[in-house]
Design a protein around this ligand. Structure first.
Ligand code: D41
Length: 672
């Protein structure tokens, strides 16, 4: 029988190993063992502790999740207040910030700033006594917060025990708890599939999860944390620079943001801002700006605090991605397939740095779901370069004269009847509807289709209104004499348009298919069809079964394609386009495009929708080489979930970084 002391030692060894691997995984982003090996260590520890309950300690990694729900969170008074941040909204504000500092410090030298992404999460405080996590609290109003010790203990990237032995006897660490986007999306997708309530955004979800009275619920949400400063410190001296304190926190096993950098002056800060803004989308967490902090602690002390905000720090916020506006009117537009789309005309409002006055409402179901009325105050969201949408209505601000939105009974373009097929309202007039015709021609000419330069919405409108064209094929019969008759069309422009039309005739089969505007056939389906059939005749003669044998075509799309091709008018259109001179080279059957030939790619982090081997094979099929480490020669790094040092290295070398979604888009685009 093993001696009690041996068992205690074994338990300690297992705990040490588990803590170490937790640290490698969460803080360094560089796991040394597989999940299965980690689970085995964990099970071994659990088994030993079950046999020897007297050896279980509060800071054992098995003790993260308590089983007794609380009835309320008690209040916590922060021993040192948690300050808030002053905001800068443009470069000038940052220049002014540095100026205030140099004036106050009576120096003409540029200041060094620690620059950090500003995590859009929940600010919390962690108290460590003799290296043990004894309390977690929300920031609250900065003076008093809530005790969320049971909840923060469930967060795997928060150590229950600090590493090493040179930590202060009492150390309060502050940081931001957040919901990784990938985990948030998975949770919301699951909730949606079960018909449960979904969360609006990762921050709300993080705040809600942290405040659960039953910490077992918190444990189910895979929250994470970045530490960004210290509060109370007793029993030892910390380094003289903020950036060094951050490094020290890291050695104690606390997770810090890998993008933190020291830069000089307002100029250095602004280039950091630009850099972060540019790869904001590739991060697995939401950020709403960056924070600049005077790096030298002695200068911080000299500058001091103005009521609740330190004079030595500022947050440079990104342009807000949400704005509030008023719905002036809803107009209905007819698309190329006859679908009637409600479009909101709103008071112009700046969202994410762009002025927005029109927002698509998609369909009447959306209008009903939002409970939207003309006159309402609406919240508009626009992230990155995605199209803006109305996310909610401020119902309590609804004016008395708000008006109900009704689907018109007649098509706005041709006055034919509108029918509602499930979600979609449609004009029944088909190609005879002028609105649909215009849209079909506009689509035909658009950049990803036939790419007819200079043939935009306005000109299509003029040509159709002047009855010069009815179908895309008529474009190729236009003459200079006809064109110069149009308003604002000189001889030069007419020549240019005719040249552009001539030019566009040499195209690819995929572009040609896409340009037809078949319902449900987007760019990538068109490419699949072109690759599969290679020539026009086999496509024209295809059956639903033939079509369904193509990997990304299902029964609905197959039916739409067959229905399109069997239509007499469409048949004539295709005939006329080919007779008009549109042609493409029939590509010989060959392997996939070697579009990544000569490139070196690196995969890092966990991918959620395909395995690393699969990603590797598919990239290789496009000609890429896959390397294990990042260097200046690396073409691109694909950063999955919890990507760590390789991502940081790529960023510091200026190597481009791609998200998993972007990788998938690339692979799909090239049929890999
Ligand atoms: O990432 C953040 N959200 C963040 C918040 C950060 N990187 N640094 C911060 N630094 C401070 C000071 C300078 C006051 C220590 C902060 C915050 N404060 C903060 N978060 C919420 C309120 C204040």
């Amino acid at each position: 029988m093993a001696r009690q002391a041996d068992i205690a030692a074994e338990i300690e060894r297992l705990r040490g190993g588990i803590n170490h691997h937790n640290y490698s995984y969460h803080s360094l982003g560089a796991p040394e063992i597989s999940d299965a090996e980690f689970d085995a260590l964990f099970r071994a520890l659990k088994a030993l502790e079950a046999e020897h309950p007297e050896l279980v300690s509060e800071d054992s990694p098995t003790q993260r999740v308590g089983s007794t729900p609380l009835t309320s969170h008690s209040q916590v008074t922060h021993e040192l207040p948690m300050l808030s941040l002053d905001n800068a909204f443009d470069e000038q504000d940052v220049v002014d910030f540095e100026k205030r500092i140099t004036t106050r410090l009576k120096t003409s030298e540029s200041i060094e700033f620690a620059c950090e992404p500003k995590i859009d999460g929940v600010a919390v405080s962690l108290m460590y006594e003799d290296g043990k996590l004894v309390r977690g609290a929300t920031r609250g109003d900065g003076t008093t917060g809530e005790d969320i010790t049971q909840n923060v203990r469930t967060i795997e990237s928060i150590p229950l025990r600090l590493r090493g032995d040179d930590y202060p006897s009492r150390l309060e660490v502050r940081g931001e708890v957040y919901f990784p986007r990938s985990a948030f999306n998975r949770m919301n997708a699951l909730a949606e599939s079960k018909g449960e309530r979904t969360f609006a955004n990762p921050r709300n979800a993080a705040a809600g999860s942290l405040r659960q009275l039953d910490a077992r619920q918190t444990a189910e949400r895979k929250l994470s944390m970045f530490c960004y400063s210290v509060g109370l410190v007793e029993g030892s001296q910390l380094p003289g620079r903020h950036s060094e304190i951050i490094s020290r926190l890291k050695t104690w096993g606390l997770r810090t943001n890998p993008l933190i950098e020291v830069r000089t002056g307002a100029e250095g800060c602004s280039s950091f801002f630009e850099g972060i803004l540019n790869h904001r989308e590739s991060l697995d967490y939401d950020i709403d700006g960056v924070v600049f902090k005077v790096d030298r602690m002695d200068l911080q002390a000299e500058l001091g605090v103005l009521t609740r905000t330190p004079r030595w720090a500022i947050a440079h916020k990104f342009p807000p991605e949400e704005g509030i506006s008023t719905l002036r009117e809803v107009e209905f537009q007819v698309g190329r397939t006859g679908a009637i789309t409600p479009v909101a005309r709103v008071e112009p409002v700046k969202v994410g740095g762009v002025t927005i006055s029109n927002v698509t409402l998609h369909n009447m179901d959306e209008v009903e779901r939002l409970n939207l009325m003309v006159g309402d105050s609406v919240v508009i969201h626009r992230a990155g370069d995605v199209i803006p949408k109305v996310v909610s209505v401020l119902v309590n601000k609804r004016p008395e004269n708000a008006r109900k939105i009704v689907l018109p009974t007649a098509c706005p373009a041709c006055r034919s009847d509108i029918v509602r097929e499930e979600v979609i309202a449609k004009c029944i007039n088909g190609r005879r509807c002028r609105g649909q015709r215009k849209e079909a021609i506009r689509h035909f000419a658009s950049r990803l289709a036939m790419d007819i330069e200079g043939l935009g919405e306005k000109l299509v409108e003029q040509l159709v209104e002047a009855s010069l064209i009815e179908t895309p094929a008529d474009l190729f019969g236009l003459t200079k004499e006809q064109l110069v008759e149009l308003e604002r069309m000189g001889a030069r422009s007419a020549d240019n348009l005719l040249a552009a039309l001539e030019n566009s005739k040499e195209t690819t089969f995929a572009r040609f298919i896409y340009s037809l505007g078949i319902e449900e056939v987007g760019e990538s389906t068109a490419k699949s069809l072109a690759d599969h059939f290679r020539e026009l005749e086999p496509l024209r003669n295809s059956t639903i079964d033939d079509l369904q044998s193509i990997s990304d075509i299902g029964p609905i799309v197959a039916e739409k394609i067959v229905r399109y091709l069997q239509d007499e008018d469409n048949d004539q259109l295709i005939e006329a386009l080919v007779a008009g001179g549109i042609h493409w080279e029939v590509e010989a059957e060959r392997e996939l495009d070697q579009v990544l030939e000569g490139q070196t790619w690196v995969l890092t982090g966990t991918l959620s929708s395909l395995t690393r081997n699969e990603a590797k094979a598919r990239l290789q099929s496009l000609g890429a080489k896959i390397a294990g480490s990042v260097s200046a020669k690396t073409t691109c790094v694909v950063a999955g979930d919890a990507a760590g040092s390789k991502l940081t290295k790529a960023q510091s070398l200026g190597v481009s970084v791609m998200t998993e979604d972007e990788l998938l888009q690339l692979l799909v685009k090239h049929n890999a």
